[in-house]
Design a protein around this ligand. Sequence first.
Ligand code: PXG
Length: 474
Amino acid sequence: MNNDTPSEGSTGWHGRSTRQWQAADAAHFLHPFTDFQALARKGSRVITSADNIWLQDSDGQRILDGMSGLWCVNVGYGQQVLVDAAAHQMRELPFYNAFFQTATPPAIELAELLAEVSPPPFRHVFFTGSGSEGNDTVVRMVRRYWDLLGQPQRQVIISRVNAYHGSTMAGASLGGMSGMHAQGGLPIPGIVHIQQPYWWEHGRPRGLSREEFGLVAARWLEDKIEEIGADKVAAFIGEPVQGAGGVIVPPSTYWPEIERICRRHGILLVSDEVICGFGRTGQWFGCETLGFQPDLMTFAKGVTSGYVPLGGVLVGDRVAQALIERGGEFAHGYTYSGHPVACAVGVANIRLIRELGLVEHVRNDVGPYLALAFEDLASHPLVGEAQTCGLMGALLLVKDKHTGQPFPPDLEVGLVCRGHCFANGLVMRAVGDRMIIAPPLVITRAQIDELVALVRRCLDLTLADARRGGWVLV
Ligand code: PXG
């Protein structure tokens, strides 16, 4: 199709050509995490509509969305009940706040429903507008908790290298992304990092089994606590499975040992469930799959399947009791804490996840099916390791699969592979040389076959490039 003519079937404000959209985009829209000049040269891909697991761009190309938008469209695109819930609530009451001793029915209903689907100690929720705001709330809340308990010196929060916890000052500080810390004087005081539980990088070269390494990696937390002094440590935060860091599935021994260490030192344990929550790992929350019980859980994304922005913190009894029973005002909140439209969509979304049995679908059907497909992909000459957890998966591309030797970073092999994915109608992300997917939970076995066939084709095309460039010996 000619790039200058509006795409067929486009209506209303979609009716511009791709070139026209790209020009207006480059002129006015500063995209997140983007090199503005590079994007303006290339032109952004404009997504105009979507259905089920398929996106459509302004050229009319159909693309399989292997990333659920951005890890969020758990129920897939085009779910009318979510649209109806938003429209109904907008007519009824588009906004009212929850500050001055007021509430709205959708916020109350969603709080109740979240308590129902969470593990037993979670009976309270604090709403925010996003995952980043949720993690800012975590920082405020754990420090408030220790103040209330008469231990205000417990300020330090321990997190991990290569974690992603958002992009606000506190979110980016909790995260362990060096590129983010390099901009804007981060991390803020009182946040420190330990190494991530990445067996391929830190356990394999030392000849440790995954399970042995899980205990070693958990021990890094205890070392850090002892270095700082337990009486100064407020909390430890982690994603059950690191998402943006490259779908790094920790060894099974890791989280139970982390929980034991936190308990031993009285430290609060926070599970960032922004990606892992709402069925992604085959349970409602990732901590249930990875085998630990946190005190707080941050959520966002899948709570509304991304149809509208919403986030929050689920508060377990230990912290809730202190906040409630010890009294006094928690001086924290956002205009949109408990936004009625967002909460109405959240209620409809959770009901839909239940009705469609999506958590069980991931746990018993498509999760194991994807795991088998990835085991198969592991034999591809470019793949060093293949990992999945529920409907998250990663393939590590290596120069030599027998020695595990990585590609030189300047070749940017992940980006080469991602380029082939885009050109072949598949959204798959590259985190360094880890190729990752997290498709909508409604995906079927037949659609997984389609997805995996596309992945294999893109791996083959990348291998052909690597052979042509002399980057590989095979
Ligand atoms: N925690 C986790 C675990 C996340 O993955 C956030 C917090 C922040 O949520 P908000 O709603 O403030 O964005 C996230 C967000 C990527 C990517 O490149 C991942 C996220 C956001 C943007 C890009 O994979 N996750």
